[in-house]
Design a binder for this molecule. Structure first.
Ligand code: COA
Length: 315
């Protein structure tokens, strides 16, 4: 399997740290040094499904592929306005594809998990071309009165088109259940029979526990793959890490003892866009012409669950 096209879409509304301090007891002086975030793109009048379909169209155009050539669409999404049908079904219709499609919820690690599912389909000989779309609106999950959470996130969609090839060198998936560290709950429709107490709770986060897990899991997943493939950290040309927090990225970089130039970032201008973060960064770097054929890329992401995953691939 190999990536032959990428695309991404961001909402037009830009929210700076100073804009947040107009209604929250926060400041750029607090947010930037702790997170590396200066501003983020937040959905206003856009629909997430439209952004997802647009990212998909861009990736198909980049790949020079028609929607009818797709054999599978995988959409990674934590939440959107539709409970059902799945976002992948909506994307399928919007882009004019006719292949099977499925959604996954693997939190911020969704792109890596989607790559693993796609790779399994290629290895089983079930597909020739696959589209992955990661579309997320975490701004709709947080309470905008909770300064410790809402400042961290931004919205967006990223997509990748995959075709046959042997460019995926290894994928490592991990999970360590810790459901009280990062979670959101919602109340479903009432029935005449529900007797348990229920409440909707916006996204809750134990920031320092998430931070420690992120550094340990991401460093561990990448190291596992490097060892398995007989590679050294130096052999990787580019590290594309989940854009959650600049300090997490720097800690993983310290662990790998690699120069900052190998770690492209967009957390400064995007915030954490959950599973869309990796494919958006991949698309932005690809469109800047940063990757040469034969370059080795390591992608790694972590999120609620906890779950994490990494992939090493040849561009
Ligand atoms: N503005 C101003 N003050 C804030 C604030 C904000 N936006 N958010 C929290 N604070 C305050 C807290 O209330 C606390 O005040 P107190 O000491 O009076 O109680 C203080 O800042 C320190 O809070 P703390 O949570 O200990 O800060 P921290 O140094 O751990 O940094 C994070 C917080 C969230 C930046 C950090 O823990 C982190 O990055 N965690 C990982 C988050 C992440 O990546 N999540 C997504 C993973 S997919």
């Amino acid at each position: 399997m190999k990536i032959i096209g990428t695309g991404s879409v961001l909402p037009k509304k830009i929210v700076t740290n100073d804009m947040l301090s107009e209604f929250l007891d926060t400041s750029d002086a607090w947010i930037y040094p702790r997170t590396g975030i200066k501003y983020r793109h937040v959905i206003s009048d856009e629909k997430l499904e439209d952004m997802a379909a647009e990212a998909a169209r861009k990736a198909l155009e980049d790949a020079g592929m028609k929607p009818e050539e797709l054999d599978l669409i995988i959409c990674s999404n934590v939440v959107n306005e539709y409970i059902t049908p799945s976002l992948s079904c909506i994307i399928q219709g919007a882009i004019g594809a006719s292949c099977p499609c499925l959604d996954i919820n693997c939190a911020c690690a969704g792109f890596i998990y989607a790559l693993d599912i796609a790779e399994s389909h290629f290895q089983a000989g079930k597909v020739k071309n696959v589209l992955i779309v990661c579309a997320e609106e975490p701004s709709r999950m947080t309470s905008w009165k909770d300064r410790s959470v809402c400042v961290l996130f931004g919205d967006g969609a990223g997509a990748a088109v995959l075709t046959a090839g042997d460019n995926i060198k290894g994928i490592k998936l991990s999970a360590a259940s810790a459901t009280d560290k990062l979670y959101q709950k919602r109340v479903l429709e009432p029935t005449p029979y529900i007797t348990k107490e229920e409440e909707s709770i916006p996204l809750q986060m134990k920031g320092q526990d998430v931070f420690k897990f992120a550094v340990k899991a991401s460093s561990g997943d990448i190291k596992f793959l490097l060892d398995k493939l007989g590679l050294k950290a130096d052999d990787v040309n580019w590290y594309l890490l989940h854009q959650a927090n600049m300090r997490i990225i720097n800690s993983i970089r310290d662990f790998l003892d690699q120069p900052a130039e190998k770690f492209p970032t967009n957390v400064e201008s995007h915030g954490n866009s959950s599973s869309a973060s990796c494919p958006i960064l991949l698309d932005e770097c690809s469109k800047k012409g940063m990757f040469k054929p034969g370059d080795i890329l390591a992608l790694s992401a972590f999120g609620a669950g906890f779950i994490s995953g990494a992939v090493i691939l040849e561009w």
